[in-house]
Design a protein around this ligand. Structure first.
Ligand code: WQD
Length: 347
């Protein structure tokens, strides 16, 4: 049996493929390469010592999915594929609703048709919206995401809950095996595989903090703008729950291993439970690279919350998983990747 990894050439998907293969799973990757690189697939193969089957295509392409489900025996799907740039989602909402929600709908229909009803979905802390008083718990009321990207994550969670609650026959499945769906809510993934061979390689100007910092550090950008220094936090900059991408990948393996014991739909936070400020990260990166990071303070970025931190206790209780890597590890590993790959994968 194999695991289908949609978006497996992307930042989190590629790191998860490595941990899946290390855990003994066979992996098949589907990716349309719209925001990722074929080179990442080659490098995964180099790191695990075996070629990873890769199909270039979209989750919205029914014929591609039907080809995959008829040519492989999948036990589960890890679903990372989707558009994820917050700013782009504001300017192109229909593209985001079509790609993320429409594509996921087609994927689940074809999974049901094939009788593959174990799913791990790449959700996000953004579903908590502007909820006050972190740390956030999975059973608290969800917020109103402040952008279409975040809304697609919330809508897909609802879609999964409805599918899991629906009658198996209504889904067209060949038997009555119920859906087992894990909704993994990421906080802020950063860092890279310790080899420095794979890492975060955003197209164009990075939206996210860490890749922007490493591009300044490697000389691709002159200076970091810190958005807001007047928040109600100890140093005035925003606080986030940064999690090492390999800890995150290991969390997916843990969720997959426990999925058969989780019928229905289960939301689980993947975070450290520890908040660091933007300035904390700048200082940790300066320690990692051994020199200052040029930065200036700019006005607040619309949509940002002052603090977003997880309560990771459910992941520990249900999956027996918790993060192991420190902020220093995240910075050291992110820098090793960027230093070895100043232009990312170069495509
Ligand atoms: C973190 C902090 C910025 C860039 C988003 C998505 C979330 C997830 C992670 C996918 C904020 C500040 C940033 C910069 C800065 N995505 N910042 N200068 O917004 O917490 O979360 O990415 O799973 O779903 O919502 O992450 O890294 O963009 O910002 O000062 O150049 O860094 O203002 O306070 P965010 P981020």
């Amino acid at each position: 049996m194999s695991i289908l990894v949609t978006g497996g050439a992307g930042y989190i998907g590629s790191h998860t493929c490595i941990e899946l293969i290390k855990a003994g799973y066979s992996v098949v990757v589907l990716d349309d390469l719209s925001n990722s690189s074929r080179e990442a697939i080659c490098r995964i193969g180099g790191l695990v010592g075996q070629e990873v089957p890769f199909i270039e295509g979209s989750i919205a392409d029914r014929s591609v999915l039907q080809h995959l489900f008829s040519n492989y025996q999948f036990s589960a799907v890890l679903h990372f594929a989707g558009s994820k740039a917050v700013g782009e989602s504001v300017s192109h909402p229909l593209m985001y609703y079509r790609n993320n929600i429409g594509g996921t709908t087609v994927l689940l229909e074809e999974m049901a048709r094939a009788g593959v009803k174990q799913l791990v979905f790449s959700s996000s802390a953004t579903v908590y919206g502007d909820a006050p008083n972190p740390p956030f718990r999975e059973d608290q009321p969800l917020g109103q995401p402040t952008n279409p990207y975040g809304k697609t994550k919330l809508f897909i969670e609802e879609l999964c809950r409805d599918v899991a609650a629906s009658d198996a026959q209504a889904c067209g499945g060949p038997d009555n095996n119920p859906w087992h769906i894990a909704l993994l809510r990421y906080f802020n993934p950063v860092g890279a595989h310790e080899s420095g061979r794979i890492g975060e390689d955003p197209r164009g100007t990075p939206n996210n903090l860490m890749p922007y910092i490493t591009q300044v550090a490697v000389g691709r950008r002159p200076s970091l703008s810190i958005f807001g220094s007047d928040y109600d936090t100890p140093d005035g900059t925003c606080i986030r729950d940064f999690i090492h991408v390999v800890d995150l990948a290991e969390g997916h393996v843990a969720a997959l291993k426990h999925l058969s014991a989780m019928p229905g739909c289960t939301a689980i936070n993947l975070g450290t439970g520890v908040g660091y400020s933007v300035l904390d990260v700048v200082h940790a990166m300066e320690a990692a690279i051994g020199r200052p990071i040029p930065h200036t303070f700019a006005p607040r970025r619309p949509g940002d919350s002052a603090a977003t931190v997880s309560d990771p206790s459910r992941a520990k209780a249900i999956l027996g998983w918790a993060t192991r890597r420190t902020l220093a590890d995240m910075c050291t590993d992110a820098w090793r990747w960027q230093q070895a790959n100043p232009q990312g994968y170069g495509e």
